[in-house]
Design a protein around this ligand. Sequence first.
Ligand code: NDP
Length: 514
Amino acid sequence: MAKVEPRPTWQPRPDELLRNVPQKNGTCLMYVGGSWVEASDGGRRELRNPANGEVIARVAEGTAQDAERAIQAAHEAFYEGPWGDSLAQDRAKLLFRLADRIDEHATELSRLETLNNGKPLRETEFDMADAANCFRYYAGLATKPHGQTFEVPAPSQTFVVREPIGVCGQIIPWNYPLLMAAWKLAPALAAGNTCVLKPSELTPLTALRLATWIDELEFPKGVVNIVLGAGPVVGHTIAASHMVDKVAFTGGTKTGRSIMQAAVGNLKKISLELGGKSPNIIFADADFETAVDYALFGIFANAGQVCSAGSRLLVQESIADRLVPAIIERAKKIRVGDGFDPQTEMGPIISRAHLEKVEGYIRSGVEEGARLACGGTRLSGELGERGNFLVPTIFTETKPEMKIVREEIFGPVLVVQTFKDEQEAVRLANDTIYGLAGGVFTNDVAKAHRVIRKLRAGITWINTYHPTYNEAPWGGYKQSGMGRELGTYGYEAYTEVKQINVNLAVQPSGWFSA
Ligand code: NDP
């Protein structure tokens, strides 16, 4: 049964929320080489509010030529501009100030994000604070890189320094628009690189607002470029360019593969943060209420549009009859609605196309014989007709070979699997091409550690799900990606390592006779 639709109590005026984003003739501009520019062919794209389908903005739709201009600007800024020789403490100062701007404008930013992405305000408020903290974390780290020195045979001295990689292309998705921009820009800038950031064509607004402060704070021209446009055009140009030294991508595994292929031409450095089908394992001895709570949070936060979502719930057989109905009952009570409604607990799906893709998975689950235990429908009523709302959906009686168990759905769809014992839990958990995340719920500390160590995944939780911190590395095993973001790992991923050998006795070696 679809839920009673909540009524938004306050609706934003898009033109008011956009008043700080530079525009020309009603079209939001891109930020390239320190200037606000239109698309080279004048192209533009309409953005729609996922909660009601209304057009909220028109933005420049960049071309391959625009991407090339942005890359050129970043190249000049790195190789000819002051940034290449900038001091870490000056970069830190700028990043601290940028973090402060985000905090000072957190309300405006979270509203803009909710307008563009649809997720509830309580989520975007959290994301904005997290983005500010990410800039702050890397501002602090900028002045703390450390090298190594080695005792080598005299008269040499060898030491190792870290240097920026150069021009970094950064392609980000729509599920955490500003936060993903922070994850990419903050470490890259702290390490002294220049950036060409391409937001998702669906959600570029908060990145553009961020660029207004980058401009005000007088980051040198070309250090940060925000170029908009379609992935296969602008994103592909960035990934393929021989003037780009590194490409960092967050998004779907299929797109990640094509970026890797495009990047091969100049063997640029690559980091990929891709999808998942992450197991959330609940043992019979887990704290019941905590397990129910996090099973829901693991999959329904951000309407399941989270790469690390706990989309496969693995429940020990002996408690399945009690636990699964409790989760279903709670899922039915989740309040789905407009992100601006303070009652809303789960927002819309990002786009009509993505909604239909998720619905395709729901149909396939039913066709393959899984039991649709709850949900599976759009929200009823006017809100449901206009917006892209799906109600929380849970499948039970699944089989490991079903498409809904194997593929990333990226929506509010939980599939339940059951297991007999620890060994079977681990086997099922790892039976996936992905390896991004996983959780374990049990009151047996030793068992929790045994199982976590057996999970082939990069991000794991014990008796919790989802909390992550800027200090800790983020990334996956297997087809969930390459490399790590965040923490010192994320910083290092934006550096090259150079060994320097110094002759302390300056005289000929005498290897060849004179
Ligand atoms: P994509 O992975 O296609 O999009 C992510 C980013 O890549 C966007 O900026 C996109 O631009 C860009 N892009 C798309 N195609 C190319 C290309 N050929 N070369 C370079 N850049 C490109 O995500 P989708 O929105 O299409 O979603 C598809 C699936 O990916 C989802 O169903 C979900 O499973 C997964 N996904 C995973 C995410 C994660 O956090 N790991 C985030 C988003 C999606 P544009 O927006 O213009 O297409």
